[in-house]
Design a protein around this ligand. Structure first.
Ligand code: PMP
Length: 453
């Protein structure tokens, strides 16, 4: 219901949120700074903070009326853009039927329809779907599945994970333990986390030829710790939050072979890469391999609601179930019907549209638009794959200066560390994309100080 009073003048710092409610941006930010935690942020309220009141297509609207072209797709998730009529309609329809019901002993159409789509879309061996409430939880579920599977087979000593440096898998404790131990966001926790095994970062470059040397250290770790390792876990093709690095499909194929030779499971974390972002529906498709366990999230609901899923093979599901009767995990909001209904609509929208062409157009626009950054003294590397464009600097970004500079340019880009990167909604047109890449090159060149080298 629209309860707004009619007003013909928007007070300074205020605007209409789109639902008829007036929003005082300054008041919002003041209260937020005093009381609310933000992701990876301190509580002393000194970082730049911008109030958003609505979003449509590829644009975010700030409380003061400014519009920003969104280069982040809400951290890889809003692939169709904001306020999409089909996704809105799916949410409304489901809301009228039921927003939520427990999943223990009950099922519902959105869960079944979503599972059907995930089973059809992902590599063939993955036939079982565990709906989870966030990416981190999907990773926890995947690790628990691998452990329970090994235990079910009587291999009780296989309790460790082997992963690669430079990875990122989430913020819960088991997920943190497989994130990069040094450069990652969780080095604070060393000593408090289970000690997992780390092979070197995969060699950089999607097109790079792969030799035995590139996987030798991983192979050696697998041989040395064969009786301890339950699974190898990695982000296939793109290491996201751990450094936005790309590696070759041949590397992934070799890891699959090594897992088979050692009899350990392969867990692919496609929470960031899934649903077309790298130019293939799943990053594993570049290599033509199937993992034993797959995590998806982020773009699953088109960025509308929190939901993720862990898929596994029949063999894993049946082995666990025969030995232990049950897989011991079951969150309150498992398979939330509202999120599942939107996920179904998002997948249908994706597969019925020209997503390959759109991602290819993003790739070509990103290559052209970011190329001038290569000439800047601040820049160490520029790389593009599918709908992902990265400028890596020599020095960490000064967020207090860089973040407002992007907003002044009418673009939403959220750098971290040495990385200024974008993964736009797939629906972003060429002109908007050129604005985003132009702003990235300009802001990097003019705002960030050149290193003294
Ligand atoms: N795995 C990967 C590869 C991710 O990129 C992320 C999120 N950045 C996660 C797991 C964790 O997902 P969530 O933030 O939904 O918990």
């Amino acid at each position: 219901m629209n309860t707004a009073e009619p007003h013909d003048r928007v007070p300074a710092g205020s605007t209409d949120s789109g639902g008829g409610r007036r929003v005082d941006g300054d008041e919002l930010v003041a209260y937020d700074r005093r009381h609310i935690w933000h992701p990876y942020a301190g509580a002393l309220g000194d970082a730049p903070l911008f109030p958003v009141v609505s979003a449509a297509g590829v644009r975010l609207r700030l409380a003061d009326g400014r519009e920003l072209i969104d280069g982040m797709a809400s951290w890889w998730s809003a692939i169709h853009g904001y306020n999409h009529p089909s996704l809105n309609a799916a949410a409304r329809r489901q809301l009228d039927a039921m927003a939520h019901v427990m999943f223990g002993g009950l099922t519902h159409p959105p869960a079944v329809e979503l599972a059907r789509r995930l089973v059809d879309l992902t590599p063939k061996p993955l036939q079982r779907v565990f709906p989870a409430d966030s990416g981190s939880v999907a990773v926890e579920v995947a690790l628990k599945m691998a452990l329970q599977y090994q235990r079910a087979r009587g291999r009780d000593s296989r309790t460790r994970m082997l992963t690669v440096r430079g990875g990122y898998h989430g913020d819960t404790f088991a997920a943190m333990a497989i994130c990069d131990p040094d450069g990652g966001m969780h080095s604070l926790w060393s000593g408090a986390l289970p000690e997992q095994l780390f092979a070197p970062t995969p060699p950089s470059g999607f097109d790079r030829p792969i030799t035995e040397d590139d996987t030798a250290a991983l192979a050696e770790l697998l041989t040395k710790h064969q009786d301890e390792v339950a699974a190898v876990v990695l982000e296939p093709i793109v290491q996201g939050t751990g450094g936005m690095r790309f590696h070759a499909p041949a590397y992934l194929r070799r890891v699959r072979e090594l897992c088979d030779e050692a009899g350990v499971l392969l867990i692919a974390d496609e929470i960031a890469t899934g649903f077309g972002r790298t130019g293939a529906m799943f990053a594993c498709d570049h290599a033509g391999i199937a993992p034993d366990i797959l995590c998806v999230g982020k773009a699953l609901t088109g960025g509308y609601l929190t939901m993720a899923a862990t898929l596994c093979t029949d063999e894993i599901a049946e082995t666990i179930s025969r030995a232990h009767g049950a897989f011991m995990h079951g969150p309150t909001f498992m398979a939330n019907p509202l999120a599942a209904a939107v996920a179904v609509a998002s997948i249908d929208l994706l597969v019925s549209g020209p997503w390959q062409e759109r991602v290819a157009a993003l790739e070509s626009g990103l290559r052209t638009g970011l190329a001038p950054a290569r000439e800047l003294p601040q820049v160490a590397d520029v790389r593009v794959l599918g709908g992902i464009g990265v400028i890596e600097l020599h020095e960490p970004v000064d967020m207090a200066r860089v973040q407002p500079a992007f907003v002044e340019r009418g673009v939403w880009i959220r750098p971290f560390g040495k990385l200024v990167y974008t993964m736009p909604p797939y629906v972003m047109g060429g002109a908007d994309l050129a604005e985003v890449t132009g702003a990235m090159v300009d802001v990097v060149g003019t705002v960030h100080p050149a290193p003294g080298r």
